[in-house]
Design a protein around this ligand. Structure first.
Ligand SMILES: *[C@@H]1O[C@H](CO)[C@@H](O)[C@H](O)[C@H]1NC(C)=O
Ligand SMILES: *[C@@H]1O[C@H](CO)[C@@H](O)[C@H](O)[C@H]1NC(C)=O
Ligand SMILES: *[C@@H]1O[C@H](CO)[C@@H](O)[C@H](O)[C@H]1NC(C)=O
Ligand SMILES: [Ca+2]
Ligand SMILES: [Ca+2]
Ligand SMILES: [Ca+2]
Length: 198
């Protein structure tokens, strides 16, 4: 990977190149730790361009090496990698607040859904799950746990409906449908999903 030299001196290009290198390294670690053979669609037809995992890992800077070790640890603990984030699905159920607290203690936060792809990825877990969405601060003003307003949303028809004035926490309820979000009482106990951005 020709990251450092050539005409590409602009920072964003270099950043992108670094990101690609890190993604390769991550795949290498996935391959090593899970002992699986990843068949990358864009490499399968041309084996000569398959990244040399050992060489790439040896070439990582110290900072990147620490980062990769951290990633490997998350993956060994059962986190799942998808599009530059790691996801953790709880094996127990808890209230929205306690679920969020668990995510924070894991160095993450409740999942923030930023795209249709991510929404459909989360639905694949096929469970009723808390997401990082709440209108507890101001009724009907929905905010993600990072304080942002949703740019894309997937409410089920008729939701959010704030039943009995007591539904301030977002969940994936009707996961069989793309539009699957519901507002539920925060004290309900659900499975939860944490997301750690990389
Ligand atoms: C590792 O770094 C050296 C020196 O920067 C470079 O020549 C080589 O191509 C790199 N190897 C890989 C696999 O990135
Ligand atoms: C949903 O979560 C509950 C609670 O952990 C679990 O018992 C159940 O098996 C899960 N369902 C699926 C489809 O994973
Ligand atoms: C959740 O936590 C917030 C802040 O820590 C608190 O203000 C709120 O009362 C809690 N809600 C519930 C339902 O426990
Ligand atoms: Ca996200
Ligand atoms: Ca509400
Ligand atoms: Ca509702």
């Amino acid at each position: 990977m020709d990251c450092e030299n050539g005409a590409d001196t602009s920072t964003s290009k270099r950043k992108l190149c670094r990101l690609v290198a890190l993604s390769f390294a991550l795949l290498c670690i996935l391959q090593a730790t899970l002992n699986i053979s990843l068949r990358l669609p864009f490499y399968s037809s041309d084996t000569t361009t398959t990244p040399d995992c050992e060489a790439i890992i040896k070439n990582l800077t110290k900072e990147e090496d620490i980062k990769m070790n951290e990633l490997a640890r998350y993956i060994q603990q059962g986190w799942i990698y998808f599009k530059h984030s790691l996801y953790y699905v709880s094996s127990t159920e808890n209230t929205w607040n306690d679920s969020r607290e668990d995510c924070l203690q894991r160095g993450a936060d409740l999942v923030i859904i930023n795209s249709r792809e991510e929404q459909n990825f989360i639905r694949e877990f096929k469970n009723r799950t808390w997401i990082g969405l709440t209108d507890a601060e101001k009724e009907q003003t929905w905010k993600w746990v990072d304080g942002t307003t949703p740019t894309i949303s997937f409410w089920y028809i008729g939701e959010p409906n704030n039943v009995d004035g007591g539904e301030d926490c977002g969940e994936i309820y009707f996961y069989k449908r793309e539009n699957s979000w519901n507002d539920a009482p925060c004290g309900r106990k659900n499975v939860w999903i944490c997301e750690k951005n990389l």
